[in-house]
Write a protein that binds this ligand. Structure first.
Ligand code: 13P
Length: 245
């Protein structure tokens, strides 16, 4: 039985004035699910103090241990700030920063080496889905960006169809179950029995109204939530929906 993980991704939102939301979310985390917030780098250290059972993480990490990489943040820096996890390979970074599968894999490995847990994102574009290539694209991303020695102790995957992010559109439950099943089948090829323990989150327009049905799909072990994770009012119902499953 895989324990549900509900993670929020604040993207480029959040100032110190919003730490009250972190506190309110932290106060509502039930013991039966894992909950996390992946915050802008600037908020991590102060959020950790307010977080309680809520895990605080980052949204990206550099693959190098240190060096001449102006503007970048290393895994050791994240640990130093108190982060427990990081997202790698979000589609917005794959698109905006041209991150490759190889780079995403290296980021996951660097994060693990420094002691962080990792959420690895994969997902197809609308063009790829319309062309009937969604499963092929996503399973290829999994194969190419999965870190070495992947283990459920520190790694979760997140399936986020690019066309469902921030659009209010979601795949059908059948499509979600089919894709998560395809990802798990690929993981079996790659890591054998560990595939049964690895959590696969769904992300893309998750909200309080659709969380129960999306989280109830076969092979869905949690959610990665953008817009609806910015306030306790919107995020707590999603965490509660996961706790009821
Ligand atoms: P939304 O929940 O805003 O669609 O964002 C999903 C996402 O990209 C989380 O990483």
């Amino acid at each position: 039985m895989r324990r549900k993980l509900v993670a929020g991704n604040w993207k480029m939102h959040g100032l110190k004035a919003d730490l009250g939301e972190v506190r309110a979310i932290a106060a509502a985390v039930p013991g039966s699910v894992d909950a996390a917030l992946c915050l802008p780098f600037t908020l991590i250290a102060s959020a950790v103090e307010a977080a309680g059972a809520l895990q605080i993480g980052a949204q990206d990490v550099h693959e190098a241990e240190k060096g001449a990489h102006t503007g970048c943040v290393s895994a050791a820096m994240l640990v130093d700030a108190g982060a427990g996890l990081t997202i790698v390979g979000h589609s917005e970074r794959r698109a905006d920063q041209h991150e490759t599968d190889n780079q995403v894999k290296a980021k996951g490995e660097a994060a693990h080496k420094a002691g962080l847990r990792v959420i690895l994102c994969v997902g197809e574009t609308l063009e790829e889905r319309d062309a009937g290539r969604a499963e092929q694209v996503v399973t290829a991303q999994v194969a190419a960006s999965l870190p070495e020695a992947a283990s459920a102790e520190w790694l979760a995957l997140a399936y986020e169809p690019v066309w469902a992010i921030g659009t209010g559109r979601t795949p059908t439950e059948a499509d979600v179950a089919a894709m998560h099943g395809a990802i798990r089948a690929k993981l079996r090829e790659l890591v054998g029995g560990e595939a049964e323990r690895l959590r696969i989150l769904y992300g893309g327009s998750v909200n309080g109204a659709n969380a129960a049905s999306l989280l109830g799909c076969a092979d869905v072990d949690g959610a990665l939530v953008g817009g609806a994770s910015l306030t306790a009012e919107k995020f707590v119902p999603i965490i509660e929906a996961a706790a009821k499953l």
